[in-house]
Design a protein around this ligand. Structure first.
Ligand SMILES: [Zn+2]
Length: 165
């Protein structure tokens, strides 16, 4: 895993042997739980090797960032984008991330694209839970909880323990 390197090989054909994680993904990977970061990097590398251009566009959200998102569409202007307050999203513990599909040059973002499903299947093969299977479908979302609930994670966080152990 070459996290931190900035060369962007999104969509390279054939995949380059010196593939490195793009800058945006690398920045977000650094915010994740180490186990989740490794799986996320493998997900990106595998998808890019198959000719898709995918990046990690969101990683850890602090409680404060989550509360600000929660306020949107409620006490603040904008559309409602989340049902979760701070401490009630797996993102708040660094155990979830969202991906984006981009054009082959890495510049144009697609909110909807057939590649989300293909990337979802790669994530599942790596042992991640994919939001594309949920009742309220969230195709860009992946998480690793090892059976821990949000309450377990909040308790571990408060006690200064690893949230996945
Ligand atoms: Zn998410």
């Amino acid at each position: 895993m070459n996290v931190g390197k900035t060369r962007n090989r999104c969509g390279a054909h054939p995949p380059k042997a010196d593939f490195m994680i793009d800058e945006r993904s690398a920045k977000n990977l650094k915010t994740l739980h180490p186990e989740v970061a490794i799986l996320a990097a493998k997900l990106i590398e595998t998808a890019v090797a198959q000719g898709m251009c995918v990046k990690v566009i969101s990683g850890l959200r602090t409680y404060e960032e989550q509360n600000a998102l929660y306020a949107q569409g409620r006490s603040k202007p904008g559309l409602i984008v989340t049902k979760a307050k701070g401490g009630y999203s797996i993102h708040n513990f660094g155990c979830a991330f969202d991906v984006g599909i981009f054009s082959p040059d890495g510049k144009k973002y697609y909110g909807e694209h057939a590649h989300y499903r293909r990337v979802g299947e790669i994530g599942e093969e790596l042992g991640l839970e994919w939001g594309g299977r949920w009742k309220f479908v969230d195709e860009p979302h992946f998480q690793l909880t090892r059976g821990k609930s949000l309450a377990d994670m909040r308790t571990s966080r408060e006690a200064g323990r690893d949230v996945l152990v």
